[in-house]
Design a protein around this ligand. Structure first.
Ligand SMILES: Cc1ncc(COP(=O)(O)O)c(C=O)c1O
Length: 461
């Protein structure tokens, strides 16, 4: 019988995270202060984040120790298994070998607790009482609620309204772990009130929810804000995944030719691929593909520019691919991929040609999710289905080329709380969204006056 799952013993849990900033071929341009336009310093970030996370955000150390208390709690679900997708390979009749890293086994059901746990820990030891955050589909909000519960912290979550309405069960998960969750835009913050005054029917967006959560943290001395993706320290914490995966691929006796992950803010993709990116920088040949929704084509169509991380322009300006901070993406079911920007680390690696990006429309992703469920059993989150769809494209390409490629992908989460989306798909009620080019042009006009990075590159929308 062939080996289906590759487990690592708990003793093989990585003891350090990998910091790609030590190995970036092109140094990253700094975040800028939203008021002065000057590079931000640690003191500018201190009202929002605890100091150990600010230090990690700018650290150039290649390896950063994972604290004992975090390691202990990682053991609740880590190391996660690596699977060989024999069923999918057979169905596609492909010579490709397909592996997937199952991050859906965490208590919250996705990769998000890898950083939520670390962030809750550093907040706890820094004296924070309460953490505020945003969430799209509810995966990040539920992960942070779970990890705040483990460290006895209060948690306040602003959940994008369209997802709050589509996905009540993730809100209930958050409440089960003791968090307080409201639909964003809410009337509780000035940012929310401003958006509602302009558009009372706003479906919300991650950019708006971030504005609310940052404002709530800044107004409260006992609170700090936490971001589930995009920032360097989030990418860092997620590398525990890729480091495990490297050991598991070695046990399988294979090395990936292709690595695929879906990308909203970039964290699950980064977590799985960055240790392999290091190999690529050192000479390995790997095709590393970030997959985004065709209706929110940040990396494939947006400019590389400085932009705010949030809608109401409170965060520092980040050098990244962006569709403009005021862009509100179509209400696709992959709520966690509805973000206007992309992690600066991932953006820079795309700029440098080390990783590439592809955009896939919603219907193809659900079709792929159904194929995966019927061949491998697992029901993926709608975000994860973007990776599955790309895997299917690559496996078919390998067949056409007659190549026995090794494809690795990050199965970022299960979709057991997203069944309303599957119901709509199965009932023929889902569709693709046209790219709202006028809307993107309007949003991009808003970032025109902002400073430009040295490597500024215009988009193609
Ligand atoms: C299951 C799952 N995959 C992927 C993502 C995308 O986020 P990121 O790009 O930060 O991994 C999300 C975001 O909520 C998610 O819930």
């Amino acid at each position: 019988m062939e080996v289906k799952k590759i487990f690592l013993p708990e003793s093989e849990l990585p003891r350090q995270w990998y910091n790609i900033l030590a190995d970036m071929p092109t140094p990253m341009e700094p975040p800028l202060h939203p008021g002065t336009g000057q590079p931000v310093g640690p003191d500018d970030l201190a009202p929002i984040f605890p100091m150990p996370l600010i230090e990690q955000e700018v650290s150039q150390e290649r390896w950063i120790d994972i604290p004992e208390e975090v390691l202990e709690k990682y053991l609740l679900w880590r190391p996660t298994p690596l699977y060989r997708a024999y069923g999918l390979e057979k169905y596609l009749d492909t010579p490709a070998k397909i592996y997937f890293k199952n991050e859906g086994v965490s208590p919250a059901g996705s990769h998000k607790p890898n950083t939520a746990l670390a962030q809750a820990y550093y907040n706890k030891i820094s004296g924070t009482k309460r953490i505020t955050t945003e969430t799209g589909a509810g995966q990040w909000g539920s992960a942070l609620s779970f990890c705040c519960a483990l460290f006895g912290l209060e948690c306040k979550v602003y959940m994008v309204k369209v997802s709050y309405q589509q996905k009540p069960y993730r809100r209930i998960m958050m409440e089960t772990w003791g968090a307080n969750c409201v639909a964003s835009p809410s009337t509780e913050t000035k940012a929310g009130q401003q958006i509602l005054a302009e558009n009372p029917d706003s479906p919300g967006s991650l950019g708006i929810a971030i504005s609310e959560a940052v404002e709530a943290a800044v107004m409260d001395d006992d609170a700090k804000y936490s971001l589930g993706s995009v920032l360097n320290h989030v990418m860092l914490h997620q590398t525990v995944n890729g480091l495990e995966c490297q050991k598991q691929m070695a046990i399988a006796g294979d090395y990936p030719d292709v690595i695929i992950g879906c990308a909203g803010g970039g964290s699950n993709f980064a977590g799985n691929c960055l240790p392999f990116v290091r190999d690529k920088i050192n000479g390995k040949e790997i095709d590393i593909i970030a997959v985004e929704p065709a209706s929110c084509p940040t990396m494939t169509r947006g400019p590389f520019a400085y932009d705010f991380g949030d809608t109401v322009q409170m965060t520092p300006l980040l050098p990244m691919y962006t569709l403009g901070h005021s862009f509100v993406p179509a209400p696709i079911h992959a709520g966690g991929l509805r973000y206007h920007g992309m992690a600066p680390i991932i953006s820079q690696l795309v700029m440098d040609g080390i990783i590439r990006a592809e955009a896939i429309p919603q219907m193809e992703t659900f079709k792929a999710g159904i194929t995966f469920a019927r061949t491998e059993g697992f029901i993926s989150a709608p975000e994860t289905n973007h990776a599955v769809a790309m895997v299917i494209r690559e496996a078919i390409k390998a067949k056409e080329e007659g190549k026995e490629k090794v494809i690795l992908f990050n199965w970022s989460g299960h979709g057991l709380v997203d069944m309303a989306a599957y119901e709509a798909y199965l009932a023929g009620k889902l569709s693709d969204y046209e790219l709202p080019a006028d809307e993107i042009h309007r949003a991009l006009a808003d970032i025109e006056p902002l400073p430009k990075p040295k490597q500024y590159k215009p988009g193609t929308v």
